[in-house]
Design a protein around this ligand. Structure first.
Ligand code: MF3
Ligand code: CO
Length: 268
């Protein structure tokens, strides 16, 4: 089936940004709430409460098959994505925890993820968190009109692999807007100059999912949690990005965060 790539006008992009700004608040809340002893269930509930307090919705609830049972995905250590929040998963010092959030507002959606340290973590854990963010930045730089999706994919893959990480193949980034997953797929591996051409008005999620060991994953008994087969550490970093004539715009950060993000990575 060929899925059309939706182009959004500036008003529509502002609506996606409005949803995205709530996600940036959720990350600030998550960052200040994460501590050893907190369950992933409690963390999910804190995020959900905040989203609802903004009059927004949680499109993950009941999404897919089997219906997803929570507002956010919370993935620990070797769980790379789609971790199902649980009262029995308790954050421990040294863990790394990915919070992946979709927010719906006024008919539009945004989607983003961050991996956070729990207390003090190993140098290896710090490094993989940084590498996921850095590979996103490389992908972002390729997200300009005239390039193709493969240019983003190649940028993410080459950064990750040249720093010793593998990239997950089964899960990809995606278009977003009215639905959570729209065309095109945005893989974290690929070849330059291949795939759909990027145009101003496209809104996509760029989301490196990387692992310290091999790339292979398995799906847990809960039928959602996506776990590294070899049990090695993994990390995920995602933003919703609008392609514009002036370059890529990150819709899931505040303008201050965008400025700090570019200052951080452009100098490296
Ligand atoms: N952010 C995730 C993604 O884009 C959420 C989808 S899984 C869900 O894949 F069930 F939580 F919705
Ligand atoms: Co996503």
């Amino acid at each position: 089936m060929i899925r059309r790539i939706n182009l959004r006008n500036p008003e529509e992009i502002e609506k996606i940004r409005a949803a995205g700004q709530i996600i940036s608040e959720v990350f600030a809340l998550a960052k200040s709430s994460i501590r050893p002893g907190l369950s992933t269930y409690e963390l999910d509930k804190l995020c959900e409460k905040h989203i609802r307090s903004r009059g927004a919705s949680c499109p993950c609830i009941n999404y897919g098959q089997p219906p997803y049972p929570a507002a956010t995905c919370i993935s620990l250590n070797e769980t790379v994505v789609h971790g199902v929040p649980s009262k029995s998963r308790i954050l421990a010092e040294g863990d790394i925890v990915t919070v992946d959030v979709v927010v719906g507002l006024n008919g539009y959606m945004a989607d983003a993820a961050r991996t956070f340290p729990v207390g003090t973590v190993s140098p290896e854990a710090e490094a993989i968190i940084d590498a996921a963010e850095a590979s996103f930045f490389r992908g972002l730089l390729a997200a300009i009109p005239g390039n193709r999706v493969g240019d983003i994919s190649f940028a993410v893959q080459s950064y990750s692999e040249s720093h010793g990480y593998s990239v997950i193949r089964e899960m990809t980034g995606h278009g977003i807007g009215v639905d959570m997953h729209e065309a095109p797929d945005v893989p974290n591996y690929g070849r330059p100059h291949r795939g759909p051409r990027l145009e101003a008005g496209m809104v996509i999620c760029i989301e490196p999912m990387i692992a310290a060991g091999e790339q292979y994953i398995m799906i847990d008994e809960d039928e959602w949690s996506c776990v590294m087969e070899d049990g090695e550490l993994s990390a995920h970093y995602e933003n919703t990005v609008a392609i514009t004539e002036h370059g890529p715009e990150i819709l899931t950060m505040t303008s201050d965060e965008v400025e700090a993000f570019f200052a951080k990575w452009q100098s490296k």
